[in-house]
Design a protein around this ligand. Structure first.
Ligand SMILES: NC(=O)c1ccc[n+]([C@@H]2O[C@H](COP(=O)([O-])OP(=O)(O)OC[C@H]3O[C@@H](n4cnc5c(N)ncnc54)[C@H](OP(=O)(O)O)[C@@H]3O)[C@@H](O)[C@H]2O)c1
Length: 280
């Protein structure tokens, strides 16, 4: 049985920020069986939240933390606002009794140290790094707990993050910068691959619209095949590369000394360095 059953109306889940990510995760939690009575949502743009979740009762929503009912003691506080709004969100939380609760942040760049400074050194905090396919439940998220998080809090947060896709954990927070450089920023690398493949198709004579369509479906189809296959990327690549064929000719360029491996290494290193610079 899912650990989400540990979330109850006595110790509800408080979702702060119900935009693209918070909203998508909330829909996933409700689908996974989280009781509506066990959720409180705070977001200044209530019209959008109501449109997204027309079946939720009015007392589930509040525009501001200060509008929440008195005596509310949330057990799970999910922070899903933009990083630049996090100071406001954590300041508002000071008026709420979060005793024995766990804070789960999905905000890029906001470190465990940041939350300990704003919420107290004894606060149980999980910093998680999802990626954009999380909006359709196909992301991959890496979580990192601080020392105050109990095993049962971590188990519930694991199930909460499952709504965004696959979940992995690291004990070392510094690894989150590397995760950011690979999976956090990674979807943009794949989108750029589609752009580059389409441009290359145009260069060899294809009409632009057809080249775009071929590139998109080649990348999404190959990704779906890889995800469903028992074989890994290397095996699948070898299987489609006939000796002296067209694929081999292209891969000699892509896998050459100045090829994609070198470029990707430089790109990920640049993202890694930038992630360390931006950490707050
Ligand atoms: N989108 C992704 O795929 C993705 C991937 C990785 C990480 N993340 C992280 O996820 C977090 C949310 O991103 P998002 O794309 O979902 O952003 P978003 O769509 O802008 O959602 C944030 C929501 O929070 C609301 N909000 C702002 N200040 C608030 C406050 N003080 N209290 C409560 N709610 C408040 C915003 O309302 P207003 O619009 O009215 O300000 C908005 O509805 C970010 O920290 C981001 O780093 C997102």
């Amino acid at each position: 049985m899912s650990n989400l059953s540990q979330i109850s109306s006595d110790r509800p889940l408080l979702l702060i920020g119900c935009g693209k990510m918070g909203g998508a995760m909330l829909q996933g939690w409700l689908k996974a069986g989280l009781s509506v009575s066990a959720v409180k949502i705070v977001d200044p743009y209530l019209k959008g939240v109501r449109e997204l979740l027309p079946d939720l009762k009015e007392d589930c929503f509040a525009e501001k933390l200060s509008d929440l009912p008195e005596g509310l003691v949330p057990g799970f506080i999910v922070l899903a606002v933009k990083p630049q709004m996090m100071d406001d969100a954590t300041a508002g939380l000071k008026a709420i009794d979060c005793t024995d609760g766990v804070f789960l942040s999905i905000a890029a760049g906001k470190t465990i140290g940041y939350f300990e400074r704003h919420l107290g050194a004894n606060a149980a905090i999980i910093r998680a790094m999802p990626n954009t396919p999380a909006a359709i439940g196909q992301g991959i998220t890496v979580g990192c707990p601080n020392k105050n998080v109990s095993a049962s809090q971590k188990a519930v947060c694991h199930d909460l993050l499952l709504a965004a896709g696959i979940v992995e954990w690291v004990a070392e927070e510094t690894l989150i910068d590397a995760v950011t450089a690979v999976s956090g920023s990674g979807p943009a690398y794949v989108f750029h691959l589609v752009e580059a493949l389409a441009d290359a198709g145009v260069a060899v004579g294809l009409p632009a619209e057809l080249a775009k369509k071929l590139a998109l479906h080649t990348v999404s189809g190959a990704g779906a095949l890889l995800a469903q296959s028992d074989q890994d990327a290397t095996e699948l690549r070898i299987n489609v590369t006939s000796p002296n064929g067209t694929t081999e000719a292209a891969l000699k360029v892509l896998m050459g000394e100045q090829g994609l491996g070198k470029l990707m290494g430089e790109a990920v290193l640049a993202a890694h360095n930038r992630s360390k610079e931006l950490a707050d």
